[in-house]
Design a protein around this ligand. Structure first.
Ligand code: PMP
Length: 380
């Protein structure tokens, strides 16, 4: 018997209370009871997004939220700038191209964060102010890198472009101050730091974003922001919502509020630091340079097949670790420590790695990783 632990960078583990909340009876979405539920979910999200903006809620995965931003804020042939530092930056490019936008990219070596000055340089070069949007990824889940959104916010605020941020994996794990950092559009999803089974996406929009929406000609229907806002003003949704997920999300948001966002972020920082220290003490190297605190991406050690290692750990210890994405397939493995993750989840994961890597012939000082993690985790 092995207890299942989903140590992936999303979907991530779900608290028992959230599962229980989702067994509530399905109510009607035009009832007062549902409106109260939506209002509480929106208030909880505003606390975590650190915004006073209204937040639109869609029944979709995070990618749906991303697509909604492109569909609602731009027109074909609009010029936009996309920061590509991994798989999710590339997804922005793909969506923008599919909608006929004219895309220029800033290509960043995988494992590193974009230098905000490069964004400034591109915006400066655009003398006629044609660039209408800058697309970014708060935490690049494929590489384990956090982007300096605060600095980018300061830069983009001086230009006529919207700043759009995918915080599908970063939200409630790494600090993101939507209003203070002047991020026009923040997209997230419920299944990572927000501790709810997959299926909801969230979009926060600034006043400038709403102005852009009025002029945007890209086609849309289900994701139309004006329609969504009209209903959200009455704490409802235009179409049948994922009612059970709202119950789950409300419970998860209550838990985050109770712990306090600063403590939640500090816990992520501590667990990420413990994980990084542990793997380095095990003679493993980190893939990323600018580390995010929600996922640790680790280079596969020489002579060890990482995917076989992940299989063994899952089979024997019930711990699911993620593999690499795209060009990193078979080269790295990823430990997600996001949302509902505690110190013992980290220790168990490091211990499973310690035993399995030893069995697979990797040479290192056994138990040193566990000690390194413990030294940091006990700071709590
Ligand atoms: N952006 C980032 C940074 C992500 O980590 C993910 C999910 N892995 C997505 C976007 C896409 O979200 P979804 O799979 O929910 O569509």
């Amino acid at each position: 018997m092995a207890k299942f632990r989903l140590m992936a960078p999303g979907p991530a583990m779900i608290p028992e209370q959230v599962y229980r909340a989702m067994t509530e009876k399905v109510i009607h979405h035009r009832s007062n009871e549902f409106r109260t539920l939506v209002q509480e979910v929106e208030e909880g999200l505003q606390y975590i997004f650190q915004t006073r903006n209204k937040i639109l809620i869609f029944a979709s995965s995070g990618t749906g939220g991303m697509e909604s931003a492109v569909a609602n804020l731009f027109s074909p042939e609009d010029k936009v700038l996309v920061v590509q530092a991994g798989s999710f930056g590339e997804r922005w490019t793909q969506i923008c191209k599919n909608y006929g936008l004219s895309v220029k990219t800033i290509d960043v070596e995988w494992g590193r964060a974009v230098n905000p000055k490069l964004i400034e340089q591109r915006l400066k070069e655009d003398k006629e102010g044609k660039i209408k949007g800058v697309f970014t990824t708060h935490t690049e889940t494929s590489t384990g890198v956090e982007t300096d959104m605060q600095e980018i916010g300061k830069i983009v605020a001086g230009y006529n472009a919207l700043l759009i941020c995918d915080s599908v994996s970063g939200m409630a794990c790494c600090n993101l101050e939507t209003d203070a950092w002047q991020i026009d559009v923040v997209v997230s999803g419920c299944q990572k730091g927000l501790m709810t089974p997959p299926g909801l996406s969230f979009v926060s929009l600034s006043e400038s974003a709403w102005k852009a929406h009025k002029k945007a000609k890209n086609p849309r229907f289900y994701f139309d922001y004006a329609t969504a806002l009209k209903f959200m003003e009455g704490f409802s949704t235009p179409y049948t919502p994922a009612i059970s997920l709202f119950y789950g999300q409300r419970e998860a948001l209550r838990m985050i509020k109770e712990e306090g966002l600063p403590n939640v972020l500090a816990r992520h920082e501590r667990q990420a630091r413990a994980t990084r220290a542990a793997v380095q003490a095990m003679n493993l190297s980190l893939f990323s340079i600018n580390h995010a605190n929600n996922v640790t991406v680790i280079n596969g050690p020489d002579g060890v097949n990482v995917d076989e290692m992940r299989e063994r750990i899952l089979h024997k210890y019930g711990i699911y670790l993620a593999g690499g994405q795209d060009s990193l397939k078979g080269k790295v493995f990823r430990i997600g420590h996001m949302g509902y993750c505690d110190a013992m989840d980290i220790i168990s994961t490091i211990s499973a790695l310690d035993i399995t890597l030893t069995e697979m012939g990797h040479i290192f000082n056994q138990t040193q990783g566990i000690k390194a993690a413990e030294d940091i985790l006990k700071e709590e």
